[in-house]
Design a protein around this ligand. Structure first.
Ligand SMILES: NC(=O)c1ccc[n+]([C@@H]2O[C@H](COP(=O)([O-])OP(=O)(O)OC[C@H]3O[C@@H](n4cnc5c(N)ncnc54)[C@H](OP(=O)(O)O)[C@@H]3O)[C@@H](O)[C@H]2O)c1
Length: 232
C-alpha cells in the first residue's frame, strides 16, 4: 500500500489529487484550515483528514504522527499556498507596497512550512524512496506586476524541493507548475472576472499521476507537458 501526504486537500488541486490517489488504493493524509470543509472533502475510504494550518508547529507534529501510523512515505506534496495580500485598493500589491507582515505570512505558508515539514518527514521519505513535489506556478519564472511576493515564494519552493533531492539521492523531487485552474485561489486573484474558461483542477491530476508513476529525473515540470498514458 502506498502512502501520501498532501497539504491543502480540502479544495482545488489538493482535493482532486487526494481523491484520485485514494481511488487507486493509496492512503492519503490531507490537511486544511477549515475543519468542516476538510471533513466534507475527505469523507471517503483511504483519506485521513488532519485539520490545521501548515504554519502551525503543533499541526505539523500531528501530520507527522499521522504519517508514521501508516509507514514509509511514498509521496509528499506541498500544495497548500497563499497568494498573500489580496484586497482593494491595489488587489495584488506591487513589491514596493508589500509589508513585513505580508512577507512573513507568504514566506511562512509557501516556503517555511514546506521546509520544516520536509525536514521532519525526511527519514520517512528516504525510507520509502519517496517523491517530493512542490506545487509551483508560472509566477515562479515570469515577472507579473503584483505577483512578485507569491512568485518569489514559489521560486524558493522550486529551489527547496530540488535541493532536498540533490542532498538526498534516495528521493526524487519535482517542482510542478499546474497551469491556471478554476479554483478559489484563482478566483481570489482575479476578482470579478469570469474564470469559467480555466480548466478544472481534475484535468491536472492525470499529469501528476503520470509523473509519480513514471518517475523521470528530478526537476521543474509544467504539468501539461508531462505525457499521460506512457505509465501503463
Ligand atoms: N489555481 C490556479 O490557477 C493555480 C495556478 C498556479 C499554481 N497554483 C498552485 O496550485 C496549488 C493549489 O491551488 P488551488 O488553486 O487548488 O487552491 P484552492 O482551491 O484555493 O485550495 C487551496 C487548499 O489549500 C488549503 N490551505 C490553504 N492555506 C492553508 C494553510 N495555511 N494550511 C493548510 N491548508 C491550507 C485550503 O483549505 P483552507 O483554506 O481551509 O485552509 C484548500 O484546501 C497552490 O500551491 C497554488 O499556488 C494554482
Amino acid at each position: 500500500m502506498s502512502l501520501a501526504l498532501i497539504t491543502g486537500g480540502s479544495a482545488g488541486l489538493g482535493r482532486a489529487l487526494a481523491h484520485a490517489l485514494a481511488d487507486q488504493g493509496w492512503t492519503v493524509v490531507v490537511d486544511g484550515r477549515d475543519p468542516d470543509r476538510l471533513t466534507a472533502a475527505t469523507d471517503r475510504p483511504g483519506i485521513l483528514p488532519v485539520p490545521g494550518d501548515v504554519t502551525d508547529a503543533g499541526h505539523r507534529t500531528r501530520l507527522v504522527a499521522a504519517v508514521r501510523l501508516h509507514g514509509p512515505l511514498d509521496l509528499l506534496v506541498h500544495n497548500a499556498s497563499t497568494l498573500g495580500p489580496v484586497g482593494l485598493p491595489t488587489w495584488l500589491p506591487e513589491l514596493a507596497d508589500v509589508t513585513v507582515d505580508d512577507l512573513q505570512h507568504v514566506w511562512r505558508t509557501n516556503l517555511g512550512a514546506p521546509l520544516v515539514l520536509t525536514t521532519q518527514l525526511l527519514p520517512d521519505l528516504v525510507a520509502g524512496n519517496g517523491i517530493l513535489i512542490g506545487i509551483s506556478s508560472d509566477a515562479a519564472v515570469e515577472h507579473y506586476p503584483g505577483w512578485g511576493l507569491y512568485g518569489a515564494s514559489k521560486a524558493g519552493l522550486d529551489h527547496l524541493v530540488q535541493t532536498f533531492a540533490a542532498e538526498n539521492p534516495e528521493i526524487t523531487a519535482y517542482a510542478v507548475d499546474p497551469g491556471d485552474m478554476r479554483t478559489q485561489l484563482h478566483a481570489d486573484a482575479f476578482p470579478g472576472e469570469d474564470i469559467s474558461d480555466r480548466p478544472e483542477p481534475d484535468s491536472v491530476v492525470p499529469h501528476l499521476l503520470a509523473l509519480v508513476a513514471t518517475r523521470p529525473p528530478s526537476g521543474r515540470y509544467r504539468a501539461a507537458a508531462i505525457p499521460v498514458g506512457s505509465e501503463v
